[in-house]
Ligand binder design. Structure first.
Ligand SMILES: Cc1cc2nc3c(=O)[nH]c(=O)nc-3n(C[C@H](O)[C@H](O)[C@H](O)COP(=O)(O)OP(=O)(O)OC[C@H]3O[C@@H](n4cnc5c(N)ncnc54)[C@H](O)[C@@H]3O)c2cc1C
Ligand code: SF4
Length: 559
């Protein structure tokens, strides 16, 4: 009886935290199982009050650490102040059939502690895209199905931004926006007039409390101080993480039980009832195996780990992985194409500066193939850019040096892309037949790559980005292709996609398995296509929607 709950949630990160919150709020006795250690808000942020000069190498990591961790070292946020929140390469090996930088965070809160907090809603165009453009399968839901859940999540999380009134990027429930600096405003004006207002330039929308409301204060969170030390954990709760928000909220209901250091090995299928009965768990330290039971199970281990757990959940009913009657589990994995950047300088504006460390950038919603197909590639990309002033010189000594260091250099502009990729059958993950991890679980093989559409989209961004900065009056425009492997975008999605037809998809419109209704997948694995927006807000909204549905179905005794 000790191991019996109403609901089990696998993973305590961005999406698992939301499942726990919604279920616990509704009185559902919920067990959250997390493979990593406890990270309690405020208590377990060891570096949050440290300054760069308090680290031996000013936050940089020694070469030996980088050499030992080539994959995670490529993530911009991995440094001496944050490395304790990242998975190290050697501890959790996987097999790269094609290069894939799998960036992971195994602890309570998952990657929600580390994310860059940029949040945009999908529009109707992203949900309609697969059907309109003939790729993947049709989404079983549309924007209007998710809109109320975006609102629900946004009010609780706290999203700063303007009400921009754009059909291609619907407004969030907004807290006051961050401000553009003078050069960004100048570029905005120039782009708006050069492209007849067809390419909107807006301040980024992000999960920061610019002006906390009652609901945020009730979570124990406060105003963001614009110090961008977020990835260390924020002592003010200024940005949203599961640690500062959903998990402690769920705990306060008295309905949450948290099991940490517990690796979910597989979902157990009960042949007699035709339902999942629970999960098998391996203790992260002792390797002892135990079983936990529940009426419903939410799998929120983050996209690829959710695929891994399901592929490893075999039974005589599902010999090829959980719910995998059509052989598509692990297939159609897609991601975001971040390869392109354009940099430039801007003359003038030398009498102006900016204050604080704004935790967002300037954004341009996709302007390619939105209202209709108008290029020779499918879909588009979001553009993000920022302008700043270079550091002062380090010439001289004494007063001379102080003055030189305090005099800022000229303005620079840096622009990047976030491109949609098309889910394809070949892009997949599967289990290694002969290599296991320390917990006796097969290692994951990643076989995910770029295609010709991605190359065309990249070229278009480099050309269009350069053109826009040129029209804005920038100088020294330089294009760059990082050639980075998929995965480093940290926006991997798919493998357990939603759809209308059990023959071509795994999950229905409520994120339930078509063939086993008491198991829900609501992290990135459920995504039918990937849009060009930052994805986590959509994962949270889908989770809140599915969890509320599950509560209603439990009340009706359908689950
Ligand atoms: C540096 C960085 C910047 C980012 N920037 C943005 C951004 O600006 N905007 C945006 O939308 N997204 C961003 N992301 C991505 C975002 O963090 C993820 O989309 C989000 O955290 C995914 O939520 P999740 O619940 O699926 O996974 P996670 O938050 O990673 O949580 C998954 C949890 O499951 C646990 N788990 C895994 N396997 C098991 C198992 N077998 N048993 C038990 N527990 C398990 C993990 O330990 C983890 O705690 C960024 C990520 C990083 C790292
Ligand atoms: S920028 Fe805001 S959210 Fe980030 S660490 Fe500072 S106060 Fe916290």
């Amino acid at each position: 009886m000790e191991n019996q709950f109403d609901a089990i949630v696998v993973g305590s990160g961005m999406s698992g935290g939301w499942a726990a919150k919604v279920l616990c709020d509704a009185g559902v006795k919920t067990l959250v199982i997390e493979r990593g250690r406890q990270v309690e808000h405020l208590k377990d942020y060891p570096t949050t009050n440290m300054h760069p000069w308090e680290f031996p190498l000013h936050k940089r990591l020694p070469k030996s650490v980088k050499d030992e961790n080539p994959v995670v070292s490529r993530c911009y946020a991995f440094n001496d102040s944050t490395d304790h929140f990242f998975v190290k390469d050697k501890e959790h090996p996987y097999v790269q059939e094609k290069p894939f930088d799998w960036i992971r965070a195994y602890q309570v809160g998952g990657k929600s502690l580390l994310w860059a907090r940029q949040t945009q809603r999908w529009s109707r165009f992203e949900f309609e895209a697969p059907a309109r453009d003939g790729f993947a399968v049709d989404w079983p839901i549309r924007y209007n199905d998710l809109a109320p859940w975006y609102s629900e999540v946004e009010k609780f999380v706290g999203i700063s931004g303007n009400l921009d009134g754009l059909e291609q990027l619907p407004d969030s429930e907004s807290l006051p926006p961050w401000e553009m600096n003078c050069v960004e405003k100048h570029i905005q004006e120039k782009i708006h007039s050069a492209y007849n207002q067809k390419r909107p330039v807006i301040i980024g929308r992000c999960a920061h409390l610019t002006e906390p409301k009652e609901i945020h204060l009730a979570q124990g969170r406060g105003k963001c101080q614009a110090r961008t030390k977020c990835e260390t954990g924020c002592p003010f709760g200024g940005y949203f993480s599961a640690n500062s928000s959903t998990i402690p909220w769920a705990k306060r209901t008295g309905n949450l039980t948290m099991l940490t250091d517990a690796v979910v090995h597989s979902i157990i299928y009960d042949e007699r009832s035709g339902r999942a009965s629970g999960v098998q768990v391996v203790d992260a330290h002792t390797k002892e195996v135990s079983v936990y039971h529940a009426r419903i199970i939410f799998v929120n281990a983050a996209c690829l780990n959710t695929n891994l757990i399901l592929l490893n959940s075999t039974s005589s009913r599902f010999p090829n992985g959980f719910g995998n009657d059509n052989g598509l589990l692990g297939r159609f994995v897609a991601f975001h194409n971040y390869r392109g950047t354009v940099s430039a300088t801007m003359d003038g504006f030398e009498d102006q500066y900016y204050y604080g460390r704004r935790p967002t950038q300037v954004f341009m919603p996709s302007f390619r193939n939105v209202f209709k197909q108008d290029t020779d590639f499918l879909r588009g990309y979001m553009v993000a850019f920022g302008a700043g002033r270079g550091g002062g010189s380090s010439e001289g000594i004494g007063e001379e040096l102080k003055k030189a260091a305090a005099t800022p250099g000229g303005w620079y502009v840096s622009m990047m892309m976030q491109g949609e990729t098309i889910p394809k059958f070949e892009n997949h993950v599967r289990l290694s037949p002969d290599q296991q991890d320390e917990w006796g679980i097969p290692q994951l093989i990643t076989s995910i790559g770029y295609d010709e559409n991605d190359e065309k989209l990249l070229k278009d961004f480099l050309d269009q980005g350069s053109e826009m900065l040129d029209k804005a009056g920038c100088k020294n425009i330089q294009q760059h292709d990082s050639k980075q492997a998929p995965g480093l975008d940290i926006h991997e999605m798919g493998g357990v996609r939603m759809g209308r037809d059990p023959k071509t998809s795994l999950l229905n419109e409520w994120n339930q398995f078509h063939n086993c209704k008491n198991v829900f997948v609501t992290d990135g694995a459920c995504m039918t296509s990937v849009g060009n927006q930052n994805p986590s807000l959509t994962f949270m909204a889908l989770t809140a929607r599915a969890a509320s549905y599950a509560v209603e179905e439990m009340k009706k005794r359908n689950l």
